[in-house]
Design a protein around this ligand. Structure first.
Ligand SMILES: [Fe+2]
Ligand SMILES: [Fe+2]
Length: 214
């Protein structure tokens, strides 16, 4: 039978009428859905294979090259996953793709890695904005930020140079364990259990699948 017909459901029509029992059902369902987040991320990355955006390689191949170069430069797992996902917003964020990637990653990565992903589009502009009548030095708006050099380095070493036809990238399958690892541990979220109430099992996990890193 279709699970959508057997799944336990809350009974309220208006949230104002919701009970603790309703939210035990909703919390359980949400935790199961959260556990599948890496699957949805990987499936969304695959969508990037469908477009080249005029570049020599597809958006997926560009992402794989960026992550592979970071990996081969001995970057840690979290950095490599950020590199893999940095353009995941290309499908829906046509005017702000870096912001889309940044919000997806934000609960799971350091503030520094989040900042790099969020600002990489401006920093990448150093390599092409002048061909489009834009200011290639737009990144200098952030010159006083302590992570300016890190974002400039990400673009210089891994992003601007990852349009190479024939580069031997690792596959999306190869990166799957790293994606699952990074998306299993929440660093910050309003939905994390606070531990100060019996009903604080949370929306996202009860300690074993998802927990706050110390
Ligand atoms: Fe980008
Ligand atoms: Fe990119």
């Amino acid at each position: 039978m279709d699970s959508s017909t057997t799944e336990e459901r809350a009974s309220f029509a208006r949230m104002v009428d919701g009970t603790a029992d309703d939210y035990r059902i909703i919390g359980r369902s949400n935790r199961q859905y959260f556990e599948q987040l890496p699957d949805r991320v990987l499936a969304h990355l695959e969508l990037l294979a469908g477009d080249h955006g005029g570049f020599a390689v597809s958006r997926l191949e560009h992402s794989l090259q960026t992550a592979t170069r970071a990996l081969r430069d001995n970057r840690d797992e979290e950095y490599v996953v950020c590199a893999l996902l940095h353009d995941i917003g290309d499908t829906l964020g046509s005017t702000n793709h870096a912001d889309v990637a940044a919000v997806i990653l934000e609960p799971f990565v350091s503030e520094k890695n989040h900042w790099i992903v969020k600002h990489h589009a401006v920093f990448q502009g150093y390599y092409f904005f002048h061909h489009l009548g834009l200011d290639r030095n737009m990144r200098d708006r952030y010159k006083s930020n302590p992570w300016w050099k890190d974002c400039a380095e990400f673009c210089a070493k891994y992003d601007q140079n990852s349009f190479e036809v024939g580069y031997k990238s690792e596959s999306l399958k190869f990166f799957e364990p790293a994606v699952r690892s990074v998306f299993s541990e929440i660093k910050k979220s309003i939905y994390l259990p606070t531990g100060d109430s019996e009903s604080s099992a949370g929306f996202l996990g009860e300690g074993e699948q998802a927990h706050k890193k110390t």
